[in-house]
Ligand binder design. Sequence first.
Ligand SMILES: [Zn+2]
Length: 509
Amino acid sequence: MVESKYDKIMRIAKNRGFIWPAFEIYGGAAGFYDLGPLGSSLKDKILKKWRQFYIVKEGCLELDSPNILPEKVLEASGHVDHFSDVMIECSMCGATYEVTDLVKEVTGEDVEGKGKEEIKEIIEEKRINCPECGGPLGDIHDFITMFRTAIGPEEDRVAYLRPETAQTIFVNFSRLQRLARRQLPFGVAQIGRGYRNEISPRKGIIRLREFLMAEVEVFHDPENPTHPKFERVKGEKLRLWTAENQNNGLEDYIEIKVEDALNQGIIINELLSYHLAYAKMFLLSLGIPENVIRLREQVVGERAHYSEETWDLEVYTEDFGWVEVAGFAYRTDYDLSRHSEFSNTDLTVYYQEEGEDDGRKILPHVVEPSYGIDRTLYCVLEHSYTETEEKEYFKFDRELAPIEAYIFPLITDDGLPEKSREVLEALKDKGIFAKYDSSGSIGRRYARADEIGVPYCITIDHQTVEDSTVTIRDRDSTEQVRTEINDLPQKIRKLLCKEIEFEEAGSTF
Ligand SMILES: [Zn+2]
């Protein structure tokens, strides 16, 4: 059997410690995965980049809130009423299915957003039966996809694991707005776990029940939905698959400059268009190539209850097709007005623009970039995965490599292991994530390091003992340079930060 790309990636991912199904010794639980040592490191590097983009450069305030939310918060947000999937149960064997997934699997038809009656008719018309046992399917009903729990020993307060990190940002709006010195627009970011009790997740790490999110809520004046740095992105090209083209059955995206998409009314406002372009730049910074990135507008019926316009940032994958890695919703003032109402707290603000004589009372609107970090991580794995005649390996962007350097003694004798450990410690002292490996031939060791995407391998040989120099090998070109041990930590650091190119790291020999 031919191994699919996903299978190839997951084979290395499991063997080498990137990612594997959780609770394996108890038979596993669908929709839950562990990140191993390399996966954890890769995740941290993706988040570091994300923080650089959104906290440092965009200046968003960061918030870190509880994962458990009292029911009232989610009643206000509309999730108790709307965060549900449509499910159907087999009357014979009791297997449960998410209806839109089931219909798509059996007929290829996309019924997302259609009413229950309509879907029921399609199921009867196409004579869809239980894929497990062939039995007849029962009625269609809604299933709340939040994990329900309770607070306190008496369990007298219903609560849920949060379906998104956004809600505590809205709940804390007044405090955050003061911290932002009452200026608009301002963004608040939160990185944390989100939960969705999927009815029957069957897409590996693409459909998770617990996932890591990185979200931003950008509060702005609805009369002035602009971004101060729009000039910087207005010439960027975006590939947009509009709702209109989807409704007309056009299976294609248009390529258009940000400013043109805005002027032609394809994207609802400047702030949203800025963030769509910015998000594409973020994916490019992770080494995901431009030709596998597109933005798909959600069609009516597909959008979340709070959104007036939503774009999905999608990355093409071989096994799952286009995968949504982030969503960009124009949430209007929906959340702030609902929380005002449910908490009896007035969340309107008195807003005075710089240079304006009078202020106004407004309820800010929200544009929300929301990333799924696990899916992003998978897309980084897939688009780093490289096969040549000699090897298969993850060609990570060097800023993302989970392990930054490997130290090899050429042989395990003549004091080379001791010298290697000295070099290892010197690198670690400078904060470089380096590891030591002395087992097997040097070729084997290079191959093992390449497989997991280590950008630089440092070899300690007999010349090292004589003149305190070592070789650095570049993963992609396999070329080597020789450099002084004293300069090594600084050279590796500069290479990893892309301050120098490989040829500048030492002399060729
Ligand atoms: Zn059945």
